[in-house]
Design a protein around this ligand. Structure first.
Ligand SMILES: Cc1cc2nc3c(=O)[nH]c(=O)nc-3n(C[C@H](O)[C@H](O)[C@H](O)COP(=O)(O)OP(=O)(O)OC[C@H]3O[C@@H](n4cnc5c(N)ncnc54)[C@H](O)[C@@H]3O)c2cc1C
Length: 757
């Protein structure tokens, strides 16, 4: 008899009783507390004593944090499959990937007919369920742009829109007892879900054989199909029936079911809290131990992927060698979640494997695994990299987005620990209730990991300095897999390097910052006529440079539009809630050119940063961006910029105020050394070569660049980013900590080896 070697899971099967309706919810919460993986409910929509299963599943998902939810099983004849598919995805996304779809072909046909459903003969019910599965999988195929057509006898879908993608690969399980339905499980399902009490001795073996044969016939691996079993019983001091007796008796029944009949998930049907507790505390650990002993140490209980998914694997990655500790973190090109993680904000990508890690241990495992493969490696936190390439083609991505905790370590010193995957809008909103803010960037969707290892130029920069100037400690997994803590006194060279060139040295798994007290702020949006582009740039530059530190503004211009005057948008923050101060700071900016439009509000930093959505990234192609740091907007520079904008080679041009607090820090104190600049200048173009040509003409005006905004891979950029002494020190640290240049798909210190992936 087979053991499909699935990782053992445990669920509960709770009566969806209406009397009172809170009981099934409380039992679901108890199931979560007791450590069960799954809570399930029967679905008999014609049964007045039961809550509607779908509504209950949604409610329970909202009232729990970790446990997965599923029908047991959902009644397909009463639920149109296209609608069911979208409901499933919705609940899966809302619950953070906690929904599993268990389907039933129907029974109790009088009741189904009474509710308006169609009575089906046994053979018809199998066919109807198969068609329903085709519809559901078709709707879930979010990457497929063609509208869905299913021309079945029982289910017809004519051009339905597909997607969105689920949060995880929702498995489809089928409750099945008869050979035709079991063959359908083998052909199309991810799990077989019978109840032990309906089975005679030998039925499990026969069902498994039927399923396995059908699976092989369909070109599948039988291990793709999880075997799930509903159990009903009670604990007693004496043995009186199959699952009626002491814990040892239960184990005598359950161990063979796991190792001989291949049951991977046991679902306990009981509404008795004590039974659930005894099962969780006494049966589950003992069963795990006994099954592990029977299986021996060598098996890998990772997820078994279908032949179709395996067919999309990329060369150079030994997928089957992935450590078990990363099984849940792995997203492959054939997985449904892949479309949400393949690309970043600005780049299209097709990595061979995305490892969505959740702990420092997993980071270490992922890095060690990636180093053994001969493919590019990308590190991703928020996925907004411009110079840093956090996706690739055929390589591995270590995705830290789930390591996104934000925790106050010490209220008195305003010490905060933040995970690399947190985004700046989440950081701002978590700090706001304390009356605090951390100088970050201008866009809430950007991740902490990429920005806090490079610099961090945002709305508070002149008053509060760069993000890295608030950094007090990092924990970082180095190229050799060791975890280092770096502070001003511990691994101080590394701490120096992380603040400005961090991406080259490892994977930062946590950042500790000292944040500032920041109250309400003035926030302005000015639109000015910039037809006299050079004159306007100088006037704005002069006004900004001579302003007190509490004013930081960014100027944005685009391609000239035929027949229309050139306009400039100036976005400005004043770190004060006093209206008179705000107006006095803004007036000189507004005087830089004819004012076409304006809005000024008093708000919070968190509200300004809440400017991004949580949707997945869908970048295309490769961005072309250039950066320069400059001390003053001189007439010659302003003229050159005006010519560049007129050329049309740049579709986005921006100058940010820097200086002030940034220049308070000694250039030798961090790897971000070009601190005297009062302005950071950036341009984006559609064509890298054209952009380089116009930008190179400006080069003589610059005193460095900000690496976060530059995609130019020419070696000369290193000298622009890092003055000689800084570069020499960085090179020494790099050759000590990352001699193999493992961390290279960023603004790389060893340019000739840089990969573009
Ligand atoms: C719309 C937009 C707005 C921006 N606004 C600003 C701004 O206002 N101010 C500013 O300073 N910058 C800004 N940037 C630039 C931004 O700071 C960088 O692109 C930064 O790298 C993005 O961080 P991320 O974590 O989102 O990016 P990711 O794409 O996840 O990472 C980018 C690179 O950073 C490195 N990296 C990421 N995580 C880690 C880690 N945990 N440890 C070590 N290295 C890591 C990797 O090399 C990676 O390739 C902006 C970018 C965009 C796209």
């Amino acid at each position: 008899m087979p053991d499909y070697l699935h990782h053992l899971e445990f669920g509960t099967f709770i009566t969806p009783s209406t009397e009172p309706a809170t009981t099934p919810v409380a039992l679901a919460q108890l199931s979560e507390k007791l450590g069960f993986d799954l809570v399930t409910f029967q679905d008999h929509p014609y049964q007045p004593a039961h809550l509607d299963a779908w509504t209950l599943l949604t409610w329970v998902a909202a009232q729990t944090q970790r446990i997965r939810v599923s029908g047991n099983v959902l009644n397909v004849p009463l639920r149109p499959p296209a609608v069911l598919a979208r409901a499933a995805v919705s609940l899966d996304r809302l619950s953070g990937g906690r929904f599993d779809l268990a389907l039933g072909a129907g029974g109790f046909w009088d009741a189904i007919e009474a509710m308006g459903g169609r009575r089906l003969a046994p053979g018809q019910a199998v066919q109807a369920l198969e068609e329903a599965i085709d519809v559901i999988r078709g709707i879930w195929d979010a990457d497929n742009r063609a509208p869905l057509q299913v021309d079945g006898e029982f289910h017809r879908v004519r051009g339905a829109k597909r997607g969105p993608a689920a949060a995880h690969d929702i498995p489809i399980w089928i409750g099945a007892y008869k050979p035709r339905m079991q063959r359908l499980v083998g052909r199309k399902a991810d799990g077989w879900l019978p109840s032990l009490s309906y089975l005679k001795p030998g039925d499990l073996a026969a069902g498994n054989a039927m399923i396995d044969e059908a699976a092989i016939g369909a070109g599948r691996d039988p291990r793709e199909i999880r075997r799930i079993l509903n159990l009903f019983g009670r604990f007693d001091t004496r043995t009186t029936g199959q699952l009626q007796g002491p814990v040892d008796h239960w184990l005598d029944v359950l161990v063979p079911l796991a190792v001989q009949d291949g049951i991977g998930t046991f679902v306990l049907g009981s509404d008795d809290p004590r039974t659930l507790q005894t099962f969780a505390e006494e049966v589950i650990p003992a069963l795990r131990t006994a099954v592990a002993a029977e299986r021996g140490p060598t098996h890998n209980a990772g997820k078994v992927r279908s032949v179709t998914v395996r067919g999309k694997r990329r060369e150079g990655i030994d997928y089957d060698a992935l450590p078990a500790g990363l099984a849940d973190a792995a997203i492959e090109p054939g997985d449904s979640r892949y479309s949400r993680v393949r690309s970043t904000y600005l780049r299209g990508g097709s990595p061979g494997l995305v490892l969505q890690v959740e702990s420092v241990d997993q980071v270490g495992l992922a890095l060690a695994f990636a180093r053994r493969q001969n493919v590019p490696l990308a590190v991703r936190s928020g996925g907004h990299g411009i110079s840093g390439r956090s996706t690739n083609d055929g390589g591995i991505v270590i995705d830290l987005s789930r390591m996104n905790g934000i925790e106050v370590l010490d209220e008195a010193t305003r010490r905060v620990r933040i995970g690399p995957g947190a985004r700046w809008m989440d950081v701002a909103s978590a700090l706001a209730p304390h009356g605090w803010a951390l100088s970050s960037g201008d866009y809430g969707g950007v991740g902490v990991g990429g920005l806090a290892t490079a610099g961090g130029i945002g709305w508070l920069v002149r008053q509060h300095g760069l993000t890295i100037d608030h950094l007090r400690a990092v924990e970082i997994v180095l190229a050799d897999g060791t975890l280092a803590r770096a502070t001003a006194t511990e691994n101080s060279d590394l701490f120096w390097a992380v603040r400005g060139a961090g991406a080259n040295f490892g994977i930062v798994t946590s950042f500790e910052f000292e944040v500032d007290e920041v109250g309400r702020v003035g926030w302005a949006h000015l639109v000015l006529d910039a037809s006299d582009t050079a004159g306007f740039l100088q006037r704005w530059g002069q006004a900004q440079e001579s302003a007190p530190r509490d004013l930081t503004s960014f100027l944005i211009m685009g391609r000239p539009r035929p027949g229309q005057p050139q306009v400039a948008t100036v976005l400005a923050m004043v770190d004060s809630e006093d209206p008179e101060t705000i107006v006095s700071r803004l007036q000189p900016l507004a005087d830089a050119g004819p004012l076409l439009d304006q809005s000024v509000t008093v708000t919070t930093y968190a509200e300004v940063m809440a400017n991004a959505s949580s949707a997945g990234h869908n970048g295309q192609g490769e961005p072309a961006a250039r950066s320069g740091l400059i001390n003053h907007i001189t007439p010659a520079f302003a003229d050159a910029v005006a010519r560049m904008i007129d050329s049309g080679a740049v579709y986005f041009f921006q100058i940010r105020a820097v200086g002030a607090a940034v220049a308070d820090v000694d250039p030798a104190d961090t790897a971000y050394a070009n601190r005297s600049a009062n302005f950071s200048v950036t341009a984006l173009g559609a064509d890298a070569e054209k952009l380089n040509r116009v930008w190179d003409e400006l080069h003589s005006h610059f005193d460095g660049l900000y690496l976060s905004f530059d995609t130019d891979l020419r070696a000369a950029r290193l000298a622009d980013a890092f003055p000689p002494a800084t570069m020499a020190k960085l090179s020494r640290i790099k050759s000590r900590l990352d001699p193999d240049n493992v961390f290279r798909d960023n603004f790389n210190l060893i340019r000739e080896q840089a990969l573009t992936g």
